[in-house]
Ligand binder design. Structure first.
Ligand SMILES: NC(=O)c1ccc[n+]([C@@H]2O[C@H](COP(=O)([O-])OP(=O)(O)OC[C@H]3O[C@@H](n4cnc5c(N)ncnc54)[C@H](OP(=O)(O)O)[C@@H]3O)[C@@H](O)[C@H]2O)c1
Length: 508
């Protein structure tokens, strides 16, 4: 049956968007993939929307010997849909300094260039340094910046953006943070989790805390279980070297999955301010019951894709991918059952799963409510009614669906499930800002709400650290699943032992 489509209510729409103050973005690793695919297009869109401060500049840095002109050519290829005159102005704000990350003179050259750009602009610009580099370089680059005095800028701000992954376990995340915090204060450090920049992820907060009808039922009394799915149909593509040392738990679970979980389950913050929201996220993580190691694998299952077929095309096994060990035990799939030990969520299971080479690309949070306490239609042979489900759709479709029971026209007693569906693209158009646009602008205006605070990072690592150690010590084999699968027996068993089932990925 066709879903029921709601329209936007014609009441007042409240929008607040601050444009950036005078500042410059300094990108280390500016010749790389992230800069081309995400950062420059996001800057281009902010420029088009008039949100970049007057005199904004982007200074690329890296080992590659590039001139300002070369970097402008890279930027020109990366941006789309900007009218010619605007495009020329935008590209003229790109500059480049090349050097070696271990060479102190490199940082001196960057400092001189920044001072010249301040002079050219006729004022001092706030500075944002973006580490778009392999993670092993973060500590040294930050220390070299600090020694060169790039961590301070008189009265103007200096901020440091750090890409994921932030460490590979609790010890390395703590060590990295100790290095960064020698030179940068917590208020200067912006740890990216790009899932938090997605419109529909932010909508979780609006949905929960801008409406009064959901809060009274958002608890153990009305909610039966919550399922969070991040399924990808792609494999690891050309990232074998990185992925084989990382795996699904480090790549997706400890950051994106826990971020979504904390937004959906946290207590209402006192305000939309960064610290209030981040405090509640941390409090939620503190309430997650630690995984039990005895009996082992009771609450967490790891899988790895074998060869199979995705979208009708043959797909090779993970172990046959380039730069992957032939006997790799790295997980490409994780399913877990978590409990949040607080008053709101006592006894409500949170089922989380993420994997590569699954049947379909889909990210969603599904909240299943408890069934009606008494079925009064038994005389007509209706013994059981399905539960209401609220689905927050993150990708590829962005929106919400509510499944509920209703009378069908015709016979006196005819009940069926209806889906009330709200689709972002249909209602607001397709050009929702990319996550990096939101995150770069927030960093420029100094709003840390959507960036991960260090206590959050440490708690998340703390929760999965012993799992990682145990797998390593026991050399645990992942369960194999054919590429293109919905799921596999051991992942199903994790939820079925509670008398529930995973939502079917291919039907989401
Ligand atoms: N790409 C994405 O979609 C994506 C998504 C999420 C997170 N990230 C994170 O963002 C960061 C950058 O990602 P990326 O994909 O842009 O990385 P990348 O293309 O592999 O590298 C970025 C730049 O770093 C420099 N570099 C690479 N390897 C180096 C080495 N061994 N020693 C010194 N410099 C080296 C290179 O610039 P020079 O040679 O000019 O110095 C390169 O252009 C990483 O931390 C990654 O985990 C990326």
């Amino acid at each position: 049956m066709e879903p029921i489509r709601p329209s936007v209510a014609k009441e007042q729409i409240l929008c607040v968007e601050s444009s950036a103050p005078a500042c410059g973005l300094v990108v280390f690793g500016a010749s790389g993939d992230l800069t081309k695919r995400k950062l420059i297009p996001a800057l281009g869109n902010l420029f088009k929307r008039g949100l970049l401060g007057n005199g904004f500049f982007c200074l690329g840095c890296g080992r590659k010997k590039l001139s300002d002109e070369d970097f402008r050519k890279i930027a020109a290829e990366a941006i789309k849909d900007i009218p010619a005159k605007q495009k020329a102005d935008f590209l003229n704000s790109f500059y480049y300094v090349s050097g070696d990350y271990n060479d102190k003179n490199f940082y001196g050259d960057i400092k001189k260039r920044l001072e010249n750009l301040d002079k050219k602009g006729g004022k001092n610009f706030g500075r944002i340094f973006y580490l778009s580099l392999p993670p092993k370089l973060y500590s040294d680059v930050a220390a070299n910046m600090g020694q060169a005095g790039l961590n301070k800028n008189g009265k103007d701000f200096v901020r440091l953006v750090v890409e994921k992954p932030f460490g590979r376990d609790l010890a390395s995340a703590t060590e990295l943070n100790d290095c960064l915090s020698k030179w940068f204060g917590e208020e200067q450090i912006y740890r990216i989790d790009h899932y938090l920049g997605k419109e529909t992820v932010q909508n979780i907060l609006m949905f929960r805390f801008a409406n009064s009808i959901f809060e009274p039922i958002w608890n153990r009394n009305y909610i039966d279980n919550v399922q969070i799915t991040i399924a990808e149909s792609i494999g690891i593509e050309s990232r074998g070297g990185y992925y084989d040392k990382s795996g699904a738990i480090r790549d997706m679970f400890v950051n994106h999955m826990f971020s979504m979980l904390s937004l959906v389950a946290m207590e209402p913050p006192a305000s939309f301010g960064a610290e209030h929201i981040r405090n509640e996220k941390v409090q939620l993580l503190q309430s997650i019951r630690p995984f039990s190691l005895e009996p082992w694998n009771e609450d967490i299952v790891k899988g790895q894709y074998a060869s199979g077929s995705v979208d009708g095309k043959n797909a090779i096994a993970y172990r046959q991918e380039a730069d992957v060990e032939k006997d790799s035990k790295t997980e490409t799939y994780i399913a877990a059952r978590l409990f949040v030990d607080n008053w709101r969520w006592q006894g409500v299971p949170f089922y989380l799963r993420t994997g590569k080479r699954l049947a379909k690309r889909v990210t969603e949070i599904a909240i299943t409510f408890k069934k009606v306490p008494h079925v009064m239609f038994q005389s007509a042979g209706i013994e059981d009614l399905p539960a209401n489900i609220l689905v927050m759709k993150i990708q590829p479709k962005e929106g919400m669906s509510l499944f509920f029971e209703a009378k069908r026209p015709g016979p006196k007693l005819c009940i069926g499930t209806l889906e009330m569906d709200f689709n972002y693209a249909e209602i607001f158009g397709t050009d929702t800002p990319d996550a990096y646009e939101r995150l770069l602008l927030d960093c420029m205006v100094g709003d840390q709400t959507l960036f991960t605070r260090i206590d959050d990072v440490k708690l998340a690592w703390g929760l999965i650290d012993k799992i990682l150690k145990n797998w390593q010590q026991q050399d645990t084999e992942p369960f194999l699943y054919p590429a293109g699968s919905e799921s596999f027996a051991e992942a199903d068993a994790l939820i079925q032992k509670d008398g529930r089932n995973w939502r079917k990925i291919s039907e989401l």
